[in-house]
Design a protein around this ligand. Structure first.
Ligand code: HSE
Length: 302
């Protein structure tokens, strides 16, 4: 079997709506081989579709189709660590696993840039799929059928404190509350901040991040869909966040922190949240993944 490891991703980073994203050190693993039929199972308790509607299977079949090949059927084993419908790129991880796995099964007919285009086309926007493939901090732009992207490393001193709530939010719902049009002032507000974000994360100019996360395109409209979001935002800044934003379409909230405050931030955050009546959230302190999806040969360890 082949094994595909795909990182979680955090899109938008506040101001870079549908354009910026980064890969995080939290991974799903998928094992795949050609099979006479469809045999899909999970190594954990996460419920997954086990028929042709499974997103990994569906993406793999799209790749076979794209290459003009008939897919015989697949055996897929999933190990899920990226929570679903949480703003951490779980559907992109499935799409990327299906595409990269199928591409390898066919002898790698498509190159990395073809896979980046196809993944973005399936997902509808490139800001999660591209970092899931490339790793690092990624700026992407879609022109016609093509994705133009660049991946750069994030300064070593930045950590991502991921606040994951005990409820889901579907991307379609989070997109449905956004306006159809924006003023020129709001567009300039976001453009300037997203440019500041990518340069500041790359260079480590962390004092810019508090301004760079601000946006007028999606977060003000989505905050009301996330119970306790304002309490979480306020607490992160009290504990030293450099910049806090809704990850992707939410509901996960991420605070960027200096590695030097990681231990004290981690120790204080949950007790403080609980004392303010916010319960059931998880906190993970992650770093940027710089590799992106990795394919190797192997079977799941028992
Ligand atoms: N950029 C997307 C959004 C990410 O904010 O709706 C969700 O996949």
């Amino acid at each position: 079997m082949i094994q595909i490891q795909v990182p979680a991703t955090s899109a938008n980073l506040g101001s870079g709506f549908d354009a910026l994203g980064l890969a995080l050190t939290l991974y799903n693993r998928v094992w795949m081989e050609e099979y006479d039929g469809i045999l899909i199972s999970s190594r954990d308790a996460v419920p997954i579709p086990t028929d042709a509607s499974n997103l990994i299977f569906w993406a793999a079949s799209r790749l076979y189709e794209e290459c003009g090949r008939k897919m015989p059927g697949l055996r897929i084993i999933q190990e899920n660590h990226i929570p679903m419908a949480s703003g951490l790129g779980s559907s992109s991880a499935c799409i990327v696993a299906g595409l990269l796995g199928a591409n390898r099964l066919l002898g790698s007919p498509l190159g990395k840039s073809d896979l980046i285009h196809l993944a973005a086309k399936i997902e509808g926007h490139p800001d999660n799929t591209t970092p899931a493939i490339s790793g690092g901090l990624v700026a992407s732009a879609v022109e016609g059928e093509r994705v133009y992207s660049i991946s750069v490393p994030v300064s070593e001193k930045i950590r991502f404190a991921v606040f994951h709530p005990p409820f889901e939010l579907k991307t379609e719902q989070a997109r449905s509350v956004l306006p159809r049009q924006y003023s020129r002032e709001d567009v300039v507000y976001n453009l300037s901040r997203s440019a500041l974000m990518i340069a500041s994360l790359f260079s480590g100019e962390t004092e810019n991040l508090r301004v760079a996360v601000q946006d007028k395109v999606h977060q003000p409209y989505r905050l009301g869909l996330i119970p306790d979001a304002e309490t979480v935002f306020r607490l992160t800044y009290e504990l030293g966040s450099l910049g806090t934003y809704i990850s992707g379409a939410g509901p996960t909230i991420i605070a960027m922190i200096d590695s030097e405050v990681e231990a004290s931030f981690a120790a204080q955050a949950m007790p403080h949240l609980e004392s303010r009546g916010v319960r059931g959230w998880d906190l993970w302190i992650l770093q940027t993944d710089s590799q992106g999806a990795v394919i190797s040969l192997g079977t799941p360890m028992e």
